[in-house]
Ligand binder design. Structure first.
Ligand code: ADP
Length: 862
């Protein structure tokens, strides 16, 4: 089990178990109604039940991924991503899929429009988390750790971003717009799972290479970007909230101003009414006097007493308001119902806007008066809308906001300063209930106010936080690169060192070998595959004359001007095929001389069999070759002179026969014719002469026979030695019988030979064996046996034997050991035998002891 495996199990196991436990705790909290488990503290948002379930599942998925239960983590990852995707779809499409409270009613709400729904950030994080699990579950070979790493970074950023927002109280960071907030525990859970995902991806990456994974900077950048975006968006949100609040405050202020003015008039109406009720129906002059004081007639058109028949009776101020005198308010449906309401409720009531008889737009507020049980008409004020609004908004307030007043949603009054640009997108409303009328004040801030309120902070923050994210990623990348370089460098250094040590060792080895190699006189040359010399021993220096430093690096056959017996290509082919080559080469030495070397080439290979170099050992055989050639020449010379000699002997003995015969016959003739006339001394002399001539004749005959062996020999043919011996015995029949000899023979082989010479050979040897017998009758034994490539013949007798001093001599022509009187003969027999045997490519010799018999051996090639 590799180390990365173990680490992956630890990371996946710990992070997965933690996350699962956290998810489970929240789910239990929901089931058992333990708010502390669901939202940590009351001020925090609760973690949605679905989010808790997804976190629990993701934890199990991580565990499975750590233990390489790919199928489990794949399934769970898909489920988690699906949960996230469904919730995201709810937000994006603005639909309610009914899943928010499917498993658990959200009884712990923190004011939200979407009860029970997990935060948008959580949904996104779950998609990333689930996808990371799915991606990591793919088969090892197709894994790319970058993707799960990136997804993990997104999860981390969302989790850590939310944790940060809780830490700095910037809750807006945990959500988008006015969506639900992410719970603190959810953020914590996401952070834990992200550590698991990134850790696992890291380990997966590590299985490929060492060191931090190459995608780590991308991951850092991604996390930085997401955190920056989340916090930037949070700052933006906060700023928007600030602007909203400011504009809203303005709207509220103005609404209050407006309401205050109206309420003041209402209080006047109340006072007048109460006075009427306490004192009874007043006199008109008194009432008109009283009615002058409480009202602000800059926007109150008039105060009036409306009699129970709904006709305006008394009018203050009277001047300019003649049109209202005796006005029948019952004619106006809206006003009549307002008055009826006021009477029924016994409270002041505001009418809706209407056009006054004088043409302006306005409304009235009326209060019924009940001096006793019976109603006695109404105290009413007619308000002028425009002056009211102008007085309420303009003189006192310095506002530059655009104003709109709405009654029941209908625009009734609008005010915009000329030359001011307004931003209606930021408008705010404030509603007031004014004696039954629903008025709303809407304000739109001028653009410059918005600009004043919006700082560049979020943008600056975004840039300032993105920049470090990129810088950090860059730094990590650089650090990583330098670390990688460092590692590579260190590895390369180590390798180099090992190589140096190895090379030194090899060189030392080589040096020792070279010392050994220097001991030999052979030249030993090592050449690389390009033929360049890499080693040149002392033998080579001596043989060729170049020093080692001159020879190294040169191409062998160029330096030595090698002449090959075969082409260089053929030689190389042979080396490739068989790994070795042997043959003779001609080299030129430094001094220019040519030498012949016996050359052996062997290919050196490494352990894998890849050829490394070629070892060439050259042995100078120039001298030997010369000697061999001399010898050959001598042999040829000798053969030639031998042949000449033979020819001479033959010619001489042949030609000498005739004159000799003449000398002999005429001497005999002389002896016969003049025997009586010569004295005994002369006769003796003639006998000597005749004898000499005869002897000479015999010698010459023998010589002729001898020379014929070489000059008149026949072609070799298969010859049955057994038959040949029988013929020889038949020829010698008389001698054998005379000497009482017996010739025994073993089976003899058939050999390639000249049959008549074979006969001559065997006959001579058998004749000698019979002739040189001792006291005993001679048993002669002829045998043959195979010995290596030859047949070894033996002719054995038990005769007189030959002293070892003479055993060589007897094979020489005319050499005898005995006088003619003892044993007849001329001494040519064995010489002929020798010549015959040699002509057949064999050898002849004798093994004998004087007086102990002899054995003549000869060989004939089989
Ligand atoms: P020759 O028989 O005419 O004397 P050879 O050449 O046949 O001549 O023999 C040479 C000599 O070798 C003989 O004179 C004899 O002394 C000796 N010799 C040859 N054969 C034998 C043998 N079988 N035993 C003893 N001596 C022998």
């Amino acid at each position: 089990m590799d180390q990365a495996w173990v680490k992956a199990r630890v990371i996946g196991g710990v992070a997965g178990a933690l996350a699962a436990a956290m998810g489970l705790a929240v789910m239990l909290g929901w089931h058992l109604n333990l708010p502390a488990l669901v939202r940590v503290t009351p001020s925090f948002s609760p973690m949605a039940y679905n989010a808790a379930l997804a976190l629990f599942l993701a934890g199990i998925g991580l565990l499975a991924a750590g233990f390489r239960w790919s199928r489990v983590s794949l399934l769970i990852g898909g489920a988690v991503a699906l949960v996230g995707a469904l919730h995201l779809a709810e937000y994006v499409l603005g639909v309610d899929l009914g899943i928010d409270e499917l498993l658990m009613p959200a009884y712990l709400p923190k004011e939200t429009r979407f009860p029970g729904r997990m935060a948008l950030h959580m949904a996104i994080a779950l998609i990333a988390l689930g996808s990371a699990l799915v991606v990591m579950a793919r088969p090892v070979a197709s894994r790319r750790p970058l993707l799960p790493g990136l997804l993990g970074a997104v999860v981390a950023a969302l989790g850590l971003g939310t944790l940060t927002s809780y830490a700095i109280g910037l809750q807006t960071a945990s959500t988008w717009s006015n969506y639900p907030f992410m719970g603190f525990n959810a953020a914590l859970g996401l952070s834990v799972t992200s550590v698991g995902v990134i850790g696992l991806a890291w380990q997966q990456g590590k299985q490929e290479k060492t060191g931090t994974p190459h995608w780590f900077p991308v991951l850092v950048a991604a996390a930085g970007i997401v955190v920056s975006l989340v916090l930037w968006q949070a700052l933006e949100n906060q700023q928007h909230a600030h602007i909203d609040r400011t504009v809203q405050a303005e709207a509220d202020n103005l609404r209050q101003d407006l309401a205050a003015r109206i309420e003041q008039q209402v209080r006047g109406i109340e006072d007048l009414g109460r006075q009427w009720e306490s004192q009874g129906h007043p006199r008109q002059a008194d009432w008109e006097w009283d009615a002058l004081l409480p009202f602000d007639y800059s926007f109150v058109k008039l105060a009036a007493w409306v009699d129970p028949s709904l006709h305006v009776r008394w009018v203050v101020p009277g001047r300019g308001n003649a049109a209202y005198q005796d006005l029948d308010l019952g004619a106006n449906e809206g006003i009549r119902s307002t008055l009826e309401h006021a009477q029924a409720l016994r409270r002041p009531q505001t009418s809706s806007l209407f056009r006054l008889p004088t043409g302006e737009r306005g409304f009235l507020i009326a209060r019924a008066v009940f001096p006793g049980d019976r109603a006695d008409g109404f105290v009413a004020c007619f308000f002028l809308l425009n002056p009211l609004c102008s007085s309420a908004f303009r003189p006192g307030s310095q506002t530059r906001y655009a104003l709109t007043v709405l009654e029941d949603g209908q625009e009734t009054y609008g005010y915009r300063m000329r030359g001011v640009a307004y931003d209606d997108a930021w408008s705010a409303e404030s509603a007031a209930e004014l004696c039954g009328a629903r008025w709303t004040v809407r304000v739109s801030p001028p653009r410059d106010v918005i600009q004043e309120l919006s700082t560049k902070l979020p943008g600056v923050f975004l840039v300032l936080s993105l920049l470090p994210a990129f810088l950090l990623a860059l730094a990590v990348h650089l650090a990583q690169t330098s670390q990688l370089r460092g590692t590579q460098l260190a590895a390369a250094n180590l390798e180099l060192k090992a190589e140096v040590v190895e090379r030194q060792r090899a060189q030392e080895e080589l040096r020792k070998q070279a010392e050994l190699l220097d001991l030999t006189h052979d030249s030993i040359i090592l050449r690389d595959l390009h033929g360049r010399i890499t080693f040149w021993n002392r033998g080579a220096e001596e043989q060729y004359g170049w020093k080692q430093e001159e020879a190294l690096g040169q191409v062998t056959h160029t330096l030595l001007q090698t002449k090959f017996p075969i082409s260089l290509e053929e030689l190389q082919q042979k080396l490739r095929d068989e790994g070795r080559w042997e043959g003779e080469l001609t080299h030129r030495t430094r001094g220019g001389g040519e030498i012949v070397v016996a050359s052996r080439h062997v290919v050196q290979r490494d352990r894998d069999g890849t050829p490394l170099a070629i070892l060439e050992i050259n042995n100078d055989i120039t001298e030997r070759r010369r000697a061999e050639e001399d010898l050959k020449r001598h042999v040829e010379e000798l053969a030639r002179s031998n042949a000449e000699l033979e020819q001479f002997a033959y010619v001489a003995s042949h030609d000498l026969q005739e004159p000799l015969r003449m000398v002999a016959s005429y001497t005999q003739l002389l002896a016969r014719r003049y025997r009586d006339r010569l004295d005994s001394t002369a006769e003796e002399f003639i006998d000597y002469a005749v004898d000499g001539a005869r002897r000479m004749q015999n010698l010459i005959n023998d010589l002729l026979t001898y020379s014929r062996v070489g000059t008149r020999g026949k072609e070799f043919a298969p010859t049955d030695c057994g038959k040949v011996l029988e013929t020889a015995i038949a020829n010698l029949q008389t001698a054998i019988e005379e000497n009482g000899a017996a010739v025994a023979q073993d089976p003899l082989p058939i050999v390639m030979a000249d049959d008549s010479q074979m006969l001559q050979l065997l006959q001579n040897l058998v004749a000698n064996a019979v002739k040189f017998h001792g006291a005993e009758p001679p048993p002669v034994h002829v045998s043959a046996r195979r010995q290596a490539k030859d047949w070894l013949f033996a002719v054995r007798d038990n005769g007189i034997g030959i002293d070892s001093a003479h055993q060589q001599r007897i094979f020489t022509i005319f050499q005898r050991l005995h006088g003619k009187a003892e044993y007849p003969g001329t001494g040519i027999g064995l010489a002929i035998c020798k010549k015959i045997v040699e002509r057949h490519g064999g050898r002849i010799w004798v093994e004998s002891q004087a007086g102990n018999g002899s054995t003549f051996h000869f060989t004939i090639p089989a």
